[in-house]
Design a protein around this ligand. Sequence first.
Ligand SMILES: NC(=O)c1ccc[n+]([C@@H]2O[C@H](COP(=O)([O-])OP(=O)(O)OC[C@H]3O[C@@H](n4cnc5c(N)ncnc54)[C@H](O)[C@@H]3O)[C@@H](O)[C@H]2O)c1
Ligand SMILES: [Zn+2]
Ligand SMILES: [Zn+2]
Length: 379
Amino acid sequence: MTAALQIRGAVLEAPGMPLALQDLELEAPREHEIRVRVVASGVCHTDLSVMTRPFPAEQPIVLGHEGAGIVESVGTAITKVQPGERVLMSYNSCGRCNTCLARAPSYCQYFFGTNFLGQRADGSTALSRRGSPVRHHFFGQSSFATHCLCTERNVVKVPEGVSDELFPLLGPLGCGLQTGAGAIINVLQPRPGESVAVFGVGAVGLAALMAARALGATRIIAVDRVRERLELALELGATDALLAGGSLNTVAEIRRLTALDGGLGVNVSLDTTAVSAVLRQAIDSLGPLGRCGFVGGAPAGSTLEVDVRDMMLQGKSLRGIVEGDSNADVFIPALIRMHAQGLFPFDKLVRTYPLAQIQTAIDDALSGRTVKPVVMMPA
Ligand SMILES: NC(=O)c1ccc[n+]([C@@H]2O[C@H](COP(=O)([O-])OP(=O)(O)OC[C@H]3O[C@@H](n4cnc5c(N)ncnc54)[C@H](O)[C@@H]3O)[C@@H](O)[C@H]2O)c1
Ligand SMILES: [Zn+2]
Ligand SMILES: [Zn+2]
């Protein structure tokens, strides 16, 4: 068996603690595994949720699930990629359950186990620290490290033609950006000339907003409580920006704006805040036959009260969405082609940080200073 590799990784020791950069040992890839030298990794709000509240992932663990890098070595059963190829990594899935077989892997029956537990299906972990186990395999990657293992299920080849400057910024397409863009393009599908309201314009919400614009929505309303994010939303194509948390009645204002176009509320709304009261506003902002989607990682047990009669009489629908219903091998290259044509300028959301400053990157995401931090690994 090949010797373990010495790597550097950002370890979460316990919820609420800052990440600590440490020397770790990573096993050589098993038959169905791929070792990637991580070039950069995005920080997604889901990493923050695992860090800041007790989540059922055991610690110590290396988080990170928006990695981009170079394939270094592959297990004997791997045919999809070869050493030297540029890849990014997306969410994991089992590939064998009914929803995976029906090509809806983001609703994999084993999504929780394959993404959140930080272990392989057999319960083992590839990572250790002076002989004691450290959880790896978070979203099939644990990309807050110089190297990681992934599988054919979640590795995505980077198409030819992507510049060396853009390549490190691709990781976030593997989660946050495909979630927002996919919610609009794959699920809610506003038609040209329709209206869209996005509640929470962080990374996911701004990706949704850019997608809505690319599809030809003509009124795109951004709602957030951070003023700078609303300014960015306007720059990226929002027609209207509403500051939440003050005296403004968001629902009434959205109805007023859509009335200017002859409507009775928006055709499509998306909630990314994970706040039930805001999701309720997203539903109440819909006009007849409106479609509301939500993606926020609400705490277990969160509930929502809806006006059942209004939903029925108005023909409204409500849909939970995971990873934008994205089939990453197909959808991410599509987003990269949209970027090349100026239709999805996701790089405008990114600020880069060296690995040594990963905790600053996380603090900046939490405070709202940075929309999408990308952590660059040392060369
Ligand atoms: N379903 C999925 O597949 C999936 C994938 C990725 C992320 N997520 C989840 O989506 C959510 C958004 O992720 P993100 O990376 O864009 O996070 P983010 O923190 O960048 O964005 C959330 C935005 O919501 C705003 N907000 C929060 N509370 C608000 C309120 N009461 N009113 C108005 N605005 C409010 C924040 O200011 C912020 O701009 C997170 O909960 C994350 O865990 C889900
Ligand atoms: Zn599955
Ligand atoms: Zn994520």
